[in-house]
Design a protein. Structure first.
Length: 291
């Protein structure tokens, strides 16, 4: 197996873990406050990450890398969990799957801006087409309006993409497991304090499903999923392996159907397919320009 194939396989495992985030979040918000979920899952993951770094005796990051870890933390430790969990309080995970289907394209666009690449005009036109499809879908589902839930999902997606780009770049020179671990550890003090203030004593009586879902969100999409995702990006290359994200909307739609009983509507599937198609087309244009 060559490096690209190995990287895509490892990245695929990470995407499967991430694809359950919205439906599992939808389950947890029935019992817990969304802010407790967002900060609490990061706090638990941060404690595990601290134990991992201590066990591996990893050296402290440099000042330059510390800034990059802070950017990653703002994106995937704070931004994405907070925005998407709050969105799931009233929103649908299947709806969120389509909106977040733009993430691979957003990741590419942010990477282009971050590393000052100059893609073709066609790339930007297709990017705008993809954004237009998501907006159209949101308007149709929102009875002619762009709801606050759509706004939260878009903001969460952008935050995650920023964390993906910065984390993928750092993983080229550093152990991918160390990258997400430091991002969690430097944000641990804030997460511990906020978990304390958002915790309610009534949560102690929550059922097994609620707590199991909370622990899953803490250990898997918040931490272990990045082991596979960042390692896949580092081994197979960001441009190539990031294409694995294309299957995430469909995995989330299937997970929503299985865990929540959400119907796989024709509208959701058609727009997910159209959005993914624009992502594929944009990546081909970007690659052609760079070769």
């Amino acid at each position: 197996m060559n490096k690209e194939s190995k990287g895509m396989l490892i990245g695929f495992i990470g995407i499967l873990i991430f694809s359950l985030t919205l439906p599992i979040s939808k389950i947890t918000v029935v019992t817990f406050n969304p802010y407790f979920i967002a900060f609490g899952r990061a706090a638990l993951a941060g404690l595990v990450a601290l134990a991992y770094l201590s066990y591996k005796q990893e050296p402290l990051p440099s000042k330059t890398d510390l800034v990059k870890f802070a950017v990653i933390a703002l994106g995937v430790v704070f931004g994405f969990p907070i925005f998407t969990t709050v969105a799931m309080q009233d929103g649908s995970s299947s709806h969120g799957a389509v909106i977040l289907g733009m993430m691979p394209l957003a990741t590419t666009v942010i990477g282009v801006i971050r590393f000052k690449e100059r893609p073709s005009i066609g790339f930007w036109l297709v990017s705008m087409l993809g954004a237009g499809l998501v907006i159209t879908y949101a308007f149709l589902k929102g009875s002619g309006s762009f709801t606050y839930i759509d706004g939260l999902l878009v903001l969460g997606g952008i935050c995650a993409c920023i964390g993906y780009v910065e984390g993928g770049e750092l993983s080229r020179k550093m152990n991918p497991r160390t990258v997400i671990s430091w991002a969690l550890v430097i944000s641990l003090p804030i997460n511990l304090v906020m978990t304390y203030f958002t915790f309610s004593s009534s949560y102690l009586n929550a059922d097994v499903i609620a707590w199991t879902s909370f622990v899953y969100l803490s250990l898997f999409p918040m931490y272990l999923g990045f082991f596979f995702w960042y390692e896949g990006l580092a081994i197979g290359g960001i441009a190539r392996v990031s294409q694995v994200q294309l299957i995430q909307p469909f995995c989330t739609l299937l997970a929503s159907s299985f865990f929540l009983g959400d119907h796989l509507t024709a509208m959701n599937m058609v727009f997910a397919f159209l959005v993914v198609s624009t992502v594929i087309l944009s990546k081909r244009m970007l690659v052609k320009r760079s070769t």
